[in-house]
Design a protein. Structure first.
Length: 288
């Protein structure tokens, strides 16, 4: 798995991040060893929980600084460049064989005030040709985010039209739990068909797959749970694809990460697709 690839190939910066995780961010949790008398303890300096949480706070602080810088750059982005880049990114996705062949997708509903890469054309195309019951070979099924609470809990619910969406307290369009006739919307975690493709928002990305979100932890928490589900069911890993304006691509090492952060498999920028993980290199190069 790609996230495991990171853990076994850390860059010096990631290595530092990996060494300072508090127990709650380590996976799997460490085994609990019986304590030894002080005289038998090795005479080495161990990092304490306090050191670890100080370092973790430092990472979150660095993330906050980077978020502020990127938000500012997005605010001052030339509107005609923005619209040119929105069109270029969406055209690249629409033409991509891995998009055309996808049958079940999770995508975000772009929010103008957050200055996110526009997904409106992609959503229109996905909804134009819905998957019909009993005919999974054609058409696409779309799931979009719904924030459930402030504890990084988000679900992905099925919609069949943009009219299914209403603005939430953050002014992001999202589906109500039930449709207009009172039927409970399908949650992607209950679906019996795997998601092939996730189109992901982010404030910043790099070419090694790091992604800086908006700080809620919603996507990282969700993506990790979905990876676990796919593994339990022996499904192929979905492709995690970030959509990024040029100015959101950072040099490697600039985006701070913790073990909680999930890497993207590929990026779509106005200049093209950047496959990153081994599975993305395989799927994107062979065109499916
Ligand atoms: N379109 C879209 N939908 C999404 C997300 C997203 O990033 N984009 N999310 C991804 O998690 C979840 C919602 N999480 C969000 C987290 C923060 C903000 C937000 O307004 N952030 C402000 C700063 C707020 C502050 O710091 O006080 C901002 O980034 O400018 C919005 C959504 C689920 N739905
Ligand atoms: N100093 C801190 N110590 C511990 N946890 C924190 C700290 N600051 C933020 N968090 C929590 O860590 C979680 C992940 O934050 P992180 O910055 O990685 O989010 P993100 O990757 O930007 O967001 P998303 O996954 O939604 O895109 C959030 O739930 C956040 O509340």
């Amino acid at each position: 798995m790609w996230t495991r690839w990171l853990a076994s190939n850390p860059t010096p910066r990631v290595k530092a991040a990996l060494m300072i995780q508090p127990t709650s961010l380590l996976s799997p949790p460490p085994r609990i060893l019986p304590s030894r008398p002080a005289c038998l303890r090795p005479n080495v300096t161990m990092s304490t929980d306090l050191d670890q949480s100080t370092h973790l706070n430092e990472i979150f602080k660095q993330k906050g600084i980077l978020r502020t810088q990127v938000r500012k750059a997005l605010k001052f982005m030339d509107p005609s460049l923005r619209s040119q880049e929105d069109n270029a990114i969406q055209s690249i996705v629409l033409e991509a064989p891995w998009f055309k062949s996808s049958r079940s997708l999770c995508a975000y509903i772009s929010c103008t005030s957050l200055r996110e890469v526009d997904t409106s054309k992609l959503l229109t195309e996905i909804l134009r040709n819905p998957a019909k019951d009993g005919c999974a070979q054609t058409g696409k099924k779309l799931y979009v985010p719904r924030v459930e609470d402030k504890n990084s809990h988000m679900r992905m619910l099925n919609i069949s039209s943009m009219d299914d969406l209403i603005a939430n307290s953050m002014n992001i369009l999202e589906p109500a739990p039930e449709d207009h006739v009172g039927n409970v919307r399908e949650d992607v975690m209950q679906a019996n068909v795997p998601v092939d493709l996730f189109l992901l928002p982010g404030l910043a990305f790099d070419k090694s797959g790091r992604r800086l979100g908006r700080g809620g932890g919603y996507y990282d928490t969700f993506l990790r749970k979905y990876q676990e589900l796919a593994r339990e069911r022996n499904w192929k890993d979905p492709l995690f694809v970030g959509l990024s304006y040029s100015l959101q691509i950072m040099d490697e090492g600039v985006i701070p990460v913790t073990l909680h952060d999930v890497l993207v498999d590929a990026l779509v920028t106005p200049s093209g697709v950047i496959p990153i993980s081994p599975s993305a290199i395989e799927r994107i190069d062979v065109g499916c």
